[in-house]
Design a protein around this ligand. Sequence first.
Ligand code: ADP
Length: 451
Amino acid sequence: MKLTIKPLKQKDAGRRLAAIDRVAAEELDLSGGDFIRVEGPSGAAIARVWPGYPEDDGSGVIRIDGKLRQEANVGIDDRVTVESVEVHTADRVTIALPQRLGVRGNVGRFIRDKLAGQPITEGQTVRIPFGFGLMGGGGQGQAVPVKIAETDPSGTVVVTDATEVTISEKPAEEIVSGSEAHGGPDGTGEGPDVTYEDIGGLDDELEQVREMIELPMRHPELFKRLGIDPPKGVLLHGPPGTGKTLIAKAVANEIDASFHTISGPEIMSKYYGESEEQLRDVFEEATEEAPAIVFMDELDSIAPKREEAGGDVERRVVAQLLSLMDGLEDRGEVVVIGATNRVDAIDPALRRGGRFDREIEVGVPDRDGRKEILQVHTRNMPLVDGIDLDEYAENTHGFVGADLESLAKESAMHALRRIRPELDLESDEIDADVLNSIQVTETDFKQAMKG
Ligand code: ADP
C-alpha cells in the first residue's frame, strides 16, 4: 500500500514520529510505538508510529516532519511505502557534541532522557534541546545538533532508560558521514534549516506557496507538458513578523534549493552603480546554484512606485531587476520571492506578468494560528505539564509570530532567572543536572505576558 506524505503537526515535530491515517495503520497492522521504514523512490527513513490525526482517517496519509522528509528524500504529496521494522534496544550509544556546547556534568544522561524512545542510527545528526535556545544552538526549534558516533548493537537502535550514553572525545565537527556531507537540515551545512513544521497558522498560505513554487520546481516537466510557464516571482505581503521570511526559507529547504537573500534597504544604500551590480551578482550566483530561491526582503524600498519618491536610483534599480527577472529562463529553476508590508508601494511594472505576478497575503494570525505558533516556539522547552497554551493563544489578540516567539523566549528567561542561584556564574558552562531541573511554569508565562 502506498501512502501520501503530508507535513506533521507543529507540536509533534522533531521526534521522528510518523502519524499514519488510522484506517491505513490498521490495514498495515501497525500500532503506536511500532517502528517503520518509510521508503520513497530514492531514500528511506526510520520512524516511530504515532496515532493518526482523526481528520486523516481513510485518506491514506502519512505525516512526517521536515527532517525525516529530507532523510527519505521525499516531499509533500510524494507516495511512499511503509513497512514495519524490528529495532533493537541500544546497549550503548556514543555521542559527539559540537565543540562549544557550554554544558558540563552529566551530559550523557541528559541526552539519553531526551532521546528515549527514538530510533537512531550511527552517523545521524539529532537535535537536542539544551537550554531551549537561551544558550547557543539557535536555528530550528533552538536545539543543538549532536552526532550519533557509534551504537551497540549497530544498525538502527532505540534508546531506553537502560542505554548507556557516553560522549565521544572527538567533537561532532570532526565526524563526517557520507549522507550528511552536503549539509542540509541538520544545521551543520549551509542553507536554511526551516521546515513547514516551524511555521504556525499559515496552512492555506503554505498550500498556495507549494502550488506556485514547490510544484513547478519539483516537476518542471509537468508544467511544460501542460504549456504553463512556471512563475518567476511571487510576492508575499503582510505586516512585519508574520512569517514571510520563514516561508521563503522553508520552501527553499523543502525543495533543496539554494537560498539567496537581498535586503531592499541594504541594496539601496550602495554607491552609484553598485546596487545594480549587486543585484546582478546575486542573480548570477542563484542561476549557478539552481534550483534557487532569491529572497528580496522589503521589496518596497527597492521599488517605490515611480510617481512616489521616484528617484533616479530607484528607477535604475527597478529597471535592472525587471531585466534580470525577464532574463530568467522559463524553466522555473530560479524563483524570486519578494516580501513587503507595503504592497501598494511596489512599482506596478514589477507586479505585471512574468515578474511578481502571483501574490500571497500573509496576515496576522487568528487564535488557532497563534496556538500553533506558540506550539512551535515551546516545542523544545521543558514546559510544566498542564500549561494551557489555549489560554495564551486566546489572550494574545493582535500578536504576530515574532511577538509570540518573544513571549515564549521571555517565559523561558523567567524560568532561568528562577534557578539562577544554582548557576555557577564563574563558569561559562551550565551543569547538565541544573539544566535538567529547569521547568517553564504557568507563572513564567504570566510574568512574560505582563511584559
Ligand atoms: P517577516 O518576514 O514576515 O517580517 P519573519 O518570518 O522574519 O517575519 O518572522 C520573524 C520571526 O518570528 C521568525 O524567525 C519566527 O521565529 C517568528 N515567526 C513569525 N511568524 C511565524 C509563524 N507564522 N510561525 C512561527 N513563527 C513565526
